[in-house]
Design a protein around this ligand. Structure first.
Ligand code: GTP
Ligand code: MG
Length: 371
C-alpha cells in the first residue's frame, strides 16, 4: 500500500528531496519527486538518513480526542438546552416556522432587530433556552449519523393541516425513529379554511406516531407560521419534552461538538458554525475538526456578538480555521498546536491515500510518522 511521496518524506525529515532520490538510487530504485514510496522503503530511507521512525496507527492518532461520556461524574453534569431540528414534507412550512420562531424572539430594538443566519439559533422561553438548527432534520441526521454523531435531541415534524401526511412526512418519521429522537408534531397552517388537524392526527396513526389525543404519548401542537398562533405553546412543549429527556452536559473541560456549517468567507477566511456538546469552548483554544484545525481567533454568537466562550448546546461561529471543515465533522479541543497538526495531517494523508486508490485500506492503514 502507498505510504508517502518522496517530497513529503523529504519535507518531514527536513532533508532535500534530491538526497532522498540519490539514496533511493543507491538502493536500486529510480524515483521522481512525486512518486509514492511504500512504508518499508520510506522507513529504510529515513533510517539511513539518521531519523528514527515511529509508525502510528489511526487509533494512536485519534486516542483521547473525544472523552467518553461515561467518564462524566453525575455531580459535574448541569442541565443544557435542547437542540431541535425541523423536518417535514416540501412546502409544509419548515422554513416559515423557523423564521417565525426566530422573529418572534428578536427583542425589538435589539441590534437593529437583526439576527445572524449562522445555521442555528437560540431562543429563550420562560428563562430557558432552546437551540434550533437550520439544517433540515433529515440532512442533519444522515450526515452526522454517518460520522457516528448526533446533533439533535428533539425533531419537530411539521405537517400542513390542509395537506396531511405526505411522502416526506413519512421519510422524516423514519429518520427520527432510526435516530431514536423523540418527535413533536407541529400541525401547521392552522389559519387556513381547509385546515383539518384531526385528519393529520388520524393519518399519523398509520405510521405509528400516536399523539396524546389518540391515546399515545407524542406531543402535538397546532400552529400557524403565518399568524404566529401556537408558537408559544410549541416552545413550551419543546421545554416539556426536554425536561422528560433530562438533557445534561459537563460544562467543565475541553469542548467537543459538531460542525453545523462551514464556508470560506471573503475577509474572514474559513468560518465554521459549531454546536458545542460538551465542555466550554474558549477564544484561544486549539480546535481540531475533521482535516482542519484552528486556534480560535474569535467566537461569534447567533446575534452577531463576539463572545469569549460558548457553553453546551450553543451554536457559535468559530474564526481561525486553517481550511474549511465539513458539516457533520466532530470537533474537539486539543492541548497543543503540534497535536492539532499531527491529527489533521494524519487525516489528510489518510484521505489522500484513499482517493489515490490502489486498494489502500484508508484509515486503518499504517502510517509513517518521522520524528
Ligand atoms: P421546502 O423548504 O421547499 O421544503 O418548504 P418549507 O417546508 O420550508 O415551506 P415554506 O416555509 O417555504 O412554506 C411553503 C409555503 O407555505 C409558503 O408559501 C409559505 O408562505 C406557506 N406557509 C407556511 N406556513 C404557513 C402557515 O402557517 N399558514 C399559511 N397560510 N401559509 C403558510
Ligand atoms: Mg424550506
Amino acid at each position: 500500500p502507498e505510504a508517502i511521496t518522496v517530497q513529503e518524506l523529504a519535507n518531514r525529515m527536513a532533508e532535500r528531496s534530491v538526497d532522498v532520490i540519490k539514496l533511493l538510487m543507491q538502493q536500486g530504485q529510480m524515483a521522481k519527486i512525486n512518486d509514492i514510496l511504500d512504508a518499508d522503503t520510506a522507513e529504510l530511507i529515513a533510517t539511513e538518513l539518521g531519523h528514527t521512525v515511529k509508525r502510528v496507527s489511526e487509533a494512536d492518532v485519534e486516542e483521547g480526542l473525544f472523552d467518553d461520556v461515561r467518564d462524566d461524574k453525575a455531580e459535574d453534569m448541569t442541565p443544557r438546552p435542547p437542540v431541535v431540528t425541523i423536518m417535514g414534507h416540501v412546502d409544509h412550512g419548515k422554513t416559515s416556522l423557523l423564521d417565525a420562531i426566530r422573529e418572534a424572539n428578536v427583542v425589538s430594538g435589539e441590534a437593529g432587530g437583526i439576527t445572524q443566519h449562522i445555521g442555528a439559533y437560540q431562543v429563550e422561553k420562560n428563562g430557558q433556552k432552546i437551540t434550533f438548527l437550520d439544517t433540515p432534520g433529515h440532512e442533519a441526521f444522515t450526515a452526522m449519523r454517518a460520522r457516528g454523531a448526533q446533533a439533535t435531541d428533539i425533531a419537530i415534524l411539521v405537517v400542513a393541516a390542509d395537506d396531511g401526511v405526505m411522502p416526506q412526512t413519512i421519510e422524516s418519521i423514519k429518520h427520527a425513529k432510526a435516530a431514536g429522537v423523540p418527535i413533536i408534531v407541529a400541525i401547521n397552517k392552522i389559519d387556513k379554511h381547509e385546515a383539518d388537524p384531526n385528519r393529520v392526527r388520524t393519518e399519523l396513526l398509520q405510521h405509528e406516531v400516536f399523539v396524546e389525543s389518540m391515546g399515545g404519548e407524542v406531543l402535538d401542537v397546532e400552529v400557524s407560521a403565518k399568524t404566529h398562533q401556537g408558537l408559544d405553546k410549541l416552545l413550551e412543549t419543546i421545554l416539556l419534552q426536554a425536561e422528560v429527556l433530562e438533557l445534561k452536559a459537563n460544562v467543565d473541560g475541553r469542548a467537543e461538538g459538531l460542525v453545523i456549517e462551514a464556508k470560506l468567507d471573503r475577509g474572514r477566511g474559513a468560518v465554521a458554525t459549531v454546536l458545542v456538546q460538551r465542555g466550554t469552548l474558549h477564544v484561544g483554544d486549539i480546535v481540531v475538526a475533521g482535516t482542519e484545525w484552528a486556534r480560535v481567533r474569535a467566537l461569534i454568537n447567533d446575534k452577531g456578538e463576539q463572545v469569549k466562550s460558548a457553553l453546551p448546546s450553543s451554536p457559535v461561529e468559530v474564526l481561525g480555521f486553517s481550511g474549511v471543515p465539513n458539516a457533520g465533522d466532530r470537533f474537539s479541543v486539543v492541548e497543543t498546536e503540534a497535536r492539532a497538526r499531527e491529527v489533521t495531517e494524519y487525516r489528510q494523508r489518510a484521505i489522500r491515500e484513499k482517493t489515490a486508490g490502489g486498494g489502500a485500506t484508508s484509515l486503518e492503514q499504517m502510517m509513517n510518522q518521522l520524528k
